[in-house]
Design a protein around this ligand. Sequence first.
Ligand code: FAD
Length: 469
Amino acid sequence: VSLVYDLVVIGGGAAGLTAAETGRLMGLRTALVEQHKLGGDCTWYGCVPSKALLAAARHAHDARHAERWGLRIPSVEVDFPAVMAAVRATVQHIYAEEAPDVWRARGIDVYIAAAQFDSPHEVMLSTGERLRAKKFVIASGARDVIPPALAAVPHLTHRTLFDLETLPAHLAIVGGGAVSVEMAQAFVRLGSRVTLITREPRLLPHADAEAVALLTDVLSREGVQLITGREVTHAALTSTYTLTLDDGRTLAASHLLVATGKQADVRALRPEQAGLRLRDGALVLHETLRTSQPHIYAAGDAAGPPFFTHTAGSEATTALFNLLLPFKSRRRLISPYTLFTDPELAQVALTEAQARARYRTVRVTRVPFSVNDRAMTEGQPEGFVKVVHGRWGRVYGATLIGRGAGELANEWAQVTDRGGRVTDPLFAVHIYPTLGYGSAALGVEFLRALVQTRVGRLIQTGLRRWWRF
Ligand SMILES: Cc1cc2nc3c(=O)[nH]c(=O)nc-3n(C[C@H](O)[C@H](O)[C@H](O)COP(=O)(O)OP(=O)(O)OC[C@H]3O[C@@H](n4cnc5c(N)ncnc54)[C@H](O)[C@@H]3O)c2cc1C
């Protein structure tokens, strides 16, 4: 016998939790199936532990540099097991709000089991139950992509990194994306020697070049050894790791972290039983997040990049609305994001390079963090905000780098979303002295540049005449 639902959500990570909650709020009889622990990658192996570890590392860094405030902290001792205990306590704290009973109390039936399709309208659970539903959301996440040369040796990934009990003496990190860069800074600040190897010519190849240059410089200054444009062709483990690069060089390390990307892959769900079309193991999706079956949608990492928690949440809502409502909206292929390094690097919509490739007229308005009074009172003048826009200020994107840039980016995400202009923050009173107060400076900078142009001067002359000066 089957248990009958309106909606079954497969996977209880960021996407699945949002999908189930939205379904329930819309009045659907909803089941949520999670094979491991609710919260998924973000809570257990991703955002939460990595941000907590970075926070510990930042506190250590600030304590080491406290002298400029007249504070003498003789030495900063990192008790790594205690650091990791604090990280895990943070995870538990966040999980407490995501545990099965919390969702059950909200009217969602939670099954802790692995689900596989049995037919287009039925899933079989590893616990033996069979769930039948009118609609499904697949939110089963993505799998790590590990290059064969590294798969041959035991190694750390984001799944095992936060179980470490001893501080790595020398951590080699392979990959040049967000996870690698964040963890490189966390571990170097906690006292590890860190070598980061990426096959790309630079870190974070899709991010704004200028911001990446600044961040790369910070990481190098803090002691991260960067090897760019090189691949690891062989890895061996005796008492230590020996990594061979494609130029023949070898390097030794005590620990190896592989963070070479993710790929959506739903083959474990037996998608063929539901008649779902796949390409390279991933679902073939319509731009509304619909699969090849009109009653089955996907969201989050299972729907492919961009791989972010907020993207997962927003896709889950889009998928639910599209499943239920007659008008369909498209998924967003560009998400704002932040790299939680110090300084943070945040990107909203298009980078300067992407905007130049798409639009004929692109202007850039830039303000350094050092003119922001709050950045100065905090002693954090490094960084800049750069807004990329059209001739009359229509915002195409923004790159922000500096301590707190991620928080600041939200305002630019809103401006961009509503098709606003670089001058928009000028029309709301911001609190002084916050970093956000500085957002208005971009509008002022834009107007300063505008009055230097012929059109700007004509407008000024017209206004003077009108006012009879
Ligand atoms: C180290 C690291 C740091 C990160 N930091 C950030 C960050 O700061 N900000 C950010 O936005 N993003 C960050 N991310 C990315 C973010 O974690 C993911 O994009 C997000 O967790 C995706 O959520 P999801 O629900 O799509 O997938 P997941 O969280 O992977 O959830 C999928 C769930 O489905 C379950 N599942 C799979 N198959 C089945 C099945 N057959 N039956 C039942 N259950 C199943 C899995 O057990 C899993 O719990 C980070 C990632 C990593 C690795």
